[in-house]
Write a protein that binds this ligand. Structure first.
Ligand SMILES: C[S@@+](CC[C@H](N)C(=O)[O-])C[C@H]1O[C@@H](n2cnc3c(N)ncnc32)[C@H](O)[C@@H]1O
Length: 220
């Protein structure tokens, strides 16, 4: 059944968010060659890039947003008391269920692609997203930042790896499929959603200078 026409075409409605999320999310089936390749090269990224950002984080209840086949989750699980895996593709959530089984610390959510329904308010101590938000439409990023403000516990943090590319508007035509986003735009969105920006590091990706940014946010 097709969706009804958007009655408010100028606004960022759910129908528009849904379309934007699907445009960047639909192709990431577990069979995508990305997943095997990414798993092979993860160790230096985890130790060299990610872990320094996680210093001082509270791992009581961690949410891995856009978990894919769970390479980040495999690193987060030994640190976390609870770990929630979220992905737009139910097939990836099914893959993670097979990978991690019924470990009582884990829960799984196949989500809409723009909200975190099912995650209670103020319960997450660390929101984590690596190598996925780089592809998300800016409206979707903003929607997730609003959700971050809702789900983070007081003092909780968010580690979010996002694009720093503003030379094109179609993620599929951009270097390394980066969506339109910048360090400053992300900071602006986070501040507007009531989050504190603790740290932002711009870094190279795949030989492209300054393509990406990692931002650490806090909820006061
Ligand atoms: C490049 S893969 C990265 C997966 C994982 N983060 C990793 O580092 O291995 C991108 C992932 O984001 C998921 N995804 C894409 N758009 C999404 C959205 N709007 N909300 C949640 N997940 C999304 C895809 O299904 C896919 O699993």
């Amino acid at each position: 059944m097709s969706r009804p026409a958007d009655p408010r075409p100028g606004l960022v409605t759910e129908a528009r968010l849904d379309a934007a999320a699907r445009y960047a999310g639909d192709l990431w089936l577990p069979e995508h060659p990305y997943f095997d390749a990414a798993e092979q090269v993860f160790e230096p990224l985890w130790t060299g890039l990610i872990l320094p950002f996680l210093e001082g984080a509270d791992f009581t209840c961690v949410l891995d947003l856009a978990t894919g086949r769970g390479r980040n989750a495999a690193k987060l699980l030994p640190l976390a008391q609870r770990l929630i895996l979220v992905d737009i593709r139910p097939e990836n959530i099914a893959f993670c269920r097979r990978r991690f089984g019924d470990d009582p610390r884990l829960s799984y959510i196949a989500n809409s692609g723009y909200d975190l329904h099912g995650v209670p308010d103020a319960g997450i101590t660390l929101l984590y997203c690596f190598d996925a938000m780089v592809h998300f439409d800016s409206d979707v990023v903003r929607a997730y930042l609003a959700e971050a403000r809702r789900i983070l516990a007081p003092g909780g943090r968010a580690f979010l790896h996002h694009s720093n590319y503003t030379a094109g508007h179609d993620w599929l035509k951009a270097p390394h499929c980066r969506a339109f986003m910048s360090k400053d735009m992300f900071r602006h969105y986070a501040l507007k959603e009531g989050l504190q920006v603790l740290r932002q590091d711009v870094f190279d990706w795949g030989g492209v200078a300054g393509l990406d940014c990692a931002t650490l946010l806090a909820r006061e």
